[in-house]
Design a protein around this ligand. Sequence first.
Ligand code: GDP
Length: 297
Amino acid sequence: MAFDNLSEKLQNIFKGLKGKGRLTEADVKTALREVKMALLEADVNFKVVKNFISSVQERAVGQDVLTSLTPGQMVIKIVNEEMVNLLGGSAVELQLMPPSEITLIMMCGLQGAGKTTTTAKLAGKLKSKGRKPLLVACDIYRPAAIDQLKINGEKQGVSVFSMGDKHKPLNIAKAAMEHASKNGYNVVILDTAGRLHVDEAMMEELQEIKSNLNIHQTILVVDAMTGQDAVNVSQNFNDKLGIDGVILTKLDGDTRGGAALSIRAVTGRPILFAGMGEKLSDLEPFYPDRMASRILG
Ligand code: GDP
């Protein structure tokens, strides 16, 4: 699981803090310097680390902490609270329209991030909540993506709307909305095309869909394994397109995890779900407090 390495380092630092009966300001500063190094090594964005450490420090070197009976525990508690804040505070749910209306969701992200898989995972989650989702194949550049969506949709027992690869994604999306309203679907999820890198053509296509249809949720799918790149990609999509939330994939992998810790702070957008494996059931709501506990041990 991501963070194993970071977790181990932080636990060692905390052990040192707990071991000391009394703490001086210098002890706290030394420990926080070590925390800073551990976060940077885990590939957390530099600015994010700097802000994180200064908010912890501001709270942790006060008299009431240092003169308390268990100063080490108090410092650890502050680190934990600030980590939860960094990850977004409380869990944010995907916002849906009432079931009597159609919620239109646009999934976007780079190729290979896990967009098509995640789209099917999400549809399964919504179906189990009693919604009637329709998946829409808007990635017309990779015929394999259309087939993959159909196969995954079938596995989830969710319908897939496709018009092949000869129509514009915007027109496919419009036709899908009509199909949805005629057939009683109440969540339409567009699986859009990704590219290997953020490029103009991809953004223009997404912007065209967004400006012509009433998209309720624009969800960015990012691969946690790509580290700082994941942070840059998120910032880019948010600046150019505007995103409502992020789904972070491959958190089960052996990553350094820094992306997960940085994206919320850098974009201001919540992480809604975490992808924890290749199976279609491997999608978990993202709980900042549980994630912080996992990291801090
Ligand atoms: P797309 O190009 O963004 O549509 O990406 P795909 O959905 O085709 O996924 C790319 C690869 O990542 C596939 O092999 C997926 O099985 C894999 N994948 C997607 N999400 C996860 C995840 O959360 N964990 C792991 N381990 N693999 C994932």
